[in-house]
Design a protein around this ligand. Structure first.
Ligand SMILES: [Zn+2]
Length: 75
């Protein structure tokens, strides 16, 4: 536990880009041209298939970690 970890959405509910780590798992911003930060492992199963995958998030100063229009840490 790092203390900074938010609970990730289920892997099977992630849009393709977020599932593949091309987009921020939280806000959906494209991460193709920035240095993405590992967000952890989203887990999920479809039948017997483990769909768990490593997902990424915005680096500091970009997307939801920059202006934070969608997510506010703390209160
Ligand atoms: Zn983001």
């Amino acid at each position: 536990m790092t203390g900074e970890t938010r609970e990730l959405p289920p892997a099977i509910e992630l849009p393709r880009a977020r599932y593949s780590g091309w987009a921020c798992v939280w806000c959906g911003a494209s991460l193709r041209h920035v240095l993405a930060v590992p967000a952890g492992r989203a887990t999920g199963y479809v039948g017997a298939h483990d769909m768990s995958t490593e997902v990424s998030q915005c680096p500091p100063g970009y997307g939801c970690e920059g202006r934070s229009p969608y997510i506010k840490e703390g209160s």
